[in-house]
Design a protein around this ligand. Structure first.
Ligand SMILES: *Cc1c(COP(=O)(O)O)cnc(C)c1O
Length: 227
C-alpha cells in the first residue's frame, strides 16, 4: 500500500516533468486534490503533505468535512453540479466554485455571499462535445455568461472549467482541451481577474498540461479509488 503522502510526492514529480516537457513555466500548474467520497483522514494526510486546496462535489458531504476540519486553513472548491436551492450553503462555505453553468446560479451565489467576506472565486463550466455530464454551458454561450458573471458584485470571475469525454489516447485528449484553451485565450483579455484554466483529471492531466491548464483536479491518483 502506498500512502497518500507518497502519491502526492509522485504526482508532484510527474507534474514538474510535464511542465518542463511541454515548456510550461515551473509552478504554473496548480494541484487541486479532489476528496469527494474520501474520508477526512485522507484530507488530513494530504494537508500534512502540503496540499491546501480540496475539491468536493456533494454539498452535504462537503459541509460535514468543512466543519470537521475547520481548525485547518484549507481552501474549499465546489466542483459538482449545482442545484439552485444549494447556493446559499455553497456561498457561505466555499472559496471557489468551478461549475457555474447558468446565470441564475451565479446571481444567487453573488446575492448570498456575505459582502464582508472575500469575493467568491468562480469558473464558468463549458460543455465540450460528447461530454457525458449534463452540466456546462455550450461553448458559443460562454462569453455572454462570462460577461454577466463579471458584473456580479460578490463574485470574482477567474476562468473556465471543463470535463471532456474520457478519451484514451493523448492526441484526442489534447484536441478536446485545445478547444477550451482557445476560448480561454480569446476571453482572457476581457476580464480583469481571469487567470484559471481548470482542466485535467487523473486520466488526462498530461494532455491538459500540454494544452495550457493552470489547475488540475486530481482525485483517484492521490487518494485511490472512491468508495
Ligand atoms: C471527481 C472529479 C474529479 C477527479 O477525478 P479523478 O479522475 O478521480 O481524478 C475532477 N473534477 C471533477 C469535476 C470531478 O467531479
Amino acid at each position: 500500500m502506498t500512502t497518500i503522502a507518497e502519491n502526492i510526492e509522485q504526482l508532484r514529480g510527474r507534474l514538474q516533468r510535464f511542465e518542463r516537457q511541454y515548456e510550461r513555466s515551473a509552478g504554473s500548474v496548480k494541484l487541486l486534490a479532489v476528496s469527494k467520497r474520501h474520508p477526512v483522514e485522507s484530507i488530513i494526510a494530504a494537508n500534512e503533505a502540503g496540499i491546501e486546496d480540496f475539491g468536493e462535489n456533494y454539498l452535504q458531504e462537503a459541509l460535514d468535512k468543512i466543519q470537521h476540519l475547520s481548525s485547518r486553513r484549507l481552501i474549499w472548491h465546489f466542483i459538482g453540479p449545482i442545484q439552485s436551492n444549494k447556493t446559499k450553503a455553497i456561498a457561505k462555505n466555499f472559496q471557489w466554485v468551478h461549475s457555474i453553468d447558468r446565470l441564475k446560479v451565479a446571481q444567487r451565489l453573488s446575492d448570498q455571499r456575505e459582502p464582508s467576506a472575500a469575493k467568491l472565486n468562480v469558473c464558468v463550466q463549458i460543455k465540450l462535445s460528447q461530454e457525458p455530464s449534463k452540466t456546462g454551458i455550450e461553448l458559443g454561450e460562454a462569453e455572454a455568461l462570462c460577461d454577466s458573471v463579471e458584473a456580479l458584485p460578490n463574485l470574482k470571475l477567474r476562468g473556465l472549467m471543463a470535463i471532456p469525454a474520457a478519451l484514451l489516447d493523448l492526441e484526442s485528449q489534447r484536441r478536446s482541451f485545445q478547444t477550451l484553451a482557445q476560448e480561454y485565450s480569446r476571453l482572457k483579455p476581457r476580464y480583469a481577474q481571469f487567470d484559471t484554466l481548470s482542466m485535467g483529471m487523473s486520466n488526462d492531466f498530461e494532455a491538459a498540461i500540454a494544452e495550457g491548464s493552470t489547475l488540475i483536479r486530481i482525485g483517484t491518483t492521490l487518494f485511490g479509488t472512491r468508495s
